[in-house]
Ligand binder design. Sequence first.
Ligand code: SF4
Ligand code: SF4
Length: 204
Amino acid sequence: MPYKFTFDISKAPHHFFAEIAVASYQRGVHKVFLKTLQDLIRKFRIQEATGLNIQDAVVLIQDLIDIQASNLMLRKSFLQTKKRALFLPHCSRKYMDSRCKAVFDTSIPSYICGHCSPDCEVNKADQFAKQQGYDVYVLPGGSCVPKILKAHKYEGVVGVACGEEVKMSLDLLKSMNVRAQSVPLLKNGCSNTVFNIDTLIKTL
Ligand code: SF4
Ligand code: SF4
């Protein structure tokens, strides 16, 4: 499920994400207070940068903090996993039309990147992850995840998606005893979306 709002925080300063990380440590101890969220939103002018109203901005920042907290909690056990997969969102492909040379294989179900563009983030992520021994899937939606997990019995999964999709998949992965790490999209909208490739590389 996509968010009901669009956002772009891909240009947010580095120390914004550092403060998200700090808040996520606190999140391990207690729920982050609304005031903390509102302070972050005010300090980094998230509403001005994204055009979001305060309720949507709170949802977005809370999700980023929750995802980071989940990553921290599961990091150690994720690092112990051997059989791993990377799930990438199809919306981060450089092209969403016929210029994208990925082929969708319904039997998997996943797009198979055709490596048409060296600057495509999905291409970069695909190549790096495969070098690290990951199986890579480029998914049109979270509904593909259960079929893949049932077929392959992965121990660890790294997923890139918008916060809503990440949170839904985390529940499923937990129920199947798969250790997960997530990289949230910094720009949503279901096409031309953006994630931080450096964050993904560190996570892998
Ligand atoms: S590099 Fe791969 S995912 Fe990106 S546009 Fe080309 S075929 Fe599609
Ligand atoms: S932004 Fe991407 S990951 Fe999120 S719902 Fe849309 S297509 Fe899926």
